[in-house]
Design a protein around this ligand. Structure first.
Ligand code: PMP
Length: 375
């Protein structure tokens, strides 16, 4: 018998997480899809003042229903809710410590023993972990060679497996692929009343012009959940605030499994203050999208295969030895992510300066006198 007496299916498993290296050793960090721009001094001061005010009441538990924050998030989301003008109401919003926690709560409420969760690989590697941790069976369909979904195949899988949760990231991590609204519509219908369809829009704000948010479909499907996060476009990865919009009955179901007072008073205060600065914090999104499009073009010009991206990262390949390329970049002070299908690598979009450093490093790692791509 090994020690500690952990559940057998967890024994020997490495915890999830990208390498975290100190900034003074690796100055260009493009591995976890963060926004490279920090808040302005005014925004920092406002967050600090809000946190200080909340600190004065820390002897009390926080508002368990985080009503003020739900109201502010609903107002923010309503901008993306489409032309119907219906908007998003506070009781349609739920939040937790990062969209990772939101997603785990969804699996705890709607998955569980005897139930199945489905997604389509390659996709976000935490999904099978939420399933494992909530004792939900995990079934992964496949994406096509261009990482899109074949809708007929996806629907057939849903009809065969009858999942109680379908996880559909849009844009998908690590490929950057956004889903067309028809895909969400078809899968919501296929799942029906037996389950929920979670469209994970962690990178939603980076989508290209003309790509609608699944929020627009909320009035049509009561089994649809759209999750978002303040970690990416919102430049608040350190804040740990993820949220969702759905039918109020879905929020009520999650309230059954959430831990009491899961959102600290400090988190609520900081998130509310950050939301007051939304225009500033989101102000670099257009610049990052333009930088992403330039990066895709450049990588193609270098002869790489590149996945079209609606996110703030780009998947490219394919290398016979991707680890050697990853290590070579790291030796040049550039950290990217070894993830995705065999041979591919993922790079987050940073500042123009960081992207210049990435391009220079990749060129010296992959090009020799004898020709292209050494690794
Ligand atoms: N969904 C996707 C697709 C992601 O890539 C991530 C973060 N890498 C998350 C959810 C979770 O992000 P957070 O917990 O910071 O909101």
């Amino acid at each position: 018998m090994s020690w500690p007496p952990i559940r057998p299916e967890l024994a020997g498993i490495e915890p999830y997480g990208a390498p975290q290296l100190p900034l003074d050793q690796v100055p260009v960090q493009l591995n976890v899809n963060e926004n490279p721009y920090g808040p302005s001094p005014e925004c920092v001061a406002d967050i600090a003042a809000a946190v200080a005010a909340a600190a004065a009441t820390l002897n009390r538990y926080p508002d368990r229903e985080f009503t003020e924050l739900r109201t502010a998030l609903a107002a923010y989301l309503s901008r993306d809710a489409g032309p119907s003008g219906a908007g998003i109401a506070p009781e349609q919003v739920w939040a937790a410590n990062g969209s990772n926690e939101v997603m785990l709560q969804l699996l705890q409420a709607f998955g569980g023993p005897g139930r199945t969760a489905v997604s389509f690989a390659p996709t976000y590697s935490m999904y099978p972990e939420y399933a494992r941790d909530s004792m939900t069976e995990w079934v992964a369909g496949r994406r096509e060679d261009d990482f899109s979904l074949d809708l007929a195949k996806a629907r057939a899988l849903v009809e065969e497996v009858r999942p109680s949760v379908v996880l559909l990231p849009s844009p998908n991590n690590p490929t950057g692929t956004a889903l067309p609204p028809e895909a969400v519509d078809v899968l919501c219908r296929a799942v029906g009343e037996a389950g929920v369809v979670v469209v994970d829009e962690a990178y939603g704000e980076f989508r290209r012009a003309g790509v609608p948010s699944a929020l627009e479909l909320l009035p049509s499907h009561r089994n649809l959940v759209v999750t978002r996060t303040m970690s990416k476009a919102f430049a608040g990865a350190g804040l740990r605030l993820g949220y969702l919009a759905a039918d109020p009955a879905i929020c009520d179901a999650i309230r059954v499994v959430r831990l009491p007072y899961h959102l600290s008073a400090l988190t609520q205060a900081a998130a509310l203050a950050a939301l007051r600065h939304a225009p500033e914090l989101l102000g670099k999104v257009d610049e990052l999208r333009a930088e992403r499009d330039r990066l895709v073009t450049w990588l193609k010009e270098q002869g790489h295969d590149v996945a079209e991206s609606d996110a703030n990262f780009v998947l490219f390949g394919s290398f016979a030895d991707r680890h050697a390329v990853w290590q070579g970049l790291l030796d040049h002070g550039v950290l990217i992510r070894e993830t995705g299908p065999d041979g591919w690598l993922r790079v987050s979009v940073g500042t123009s300066e960081e992207m210049r450093a990435f391009r220079q490093a990749l060129t010296s790692v992959t090009v020799t006198e004898t020709g292209r791509v050494t690794a």
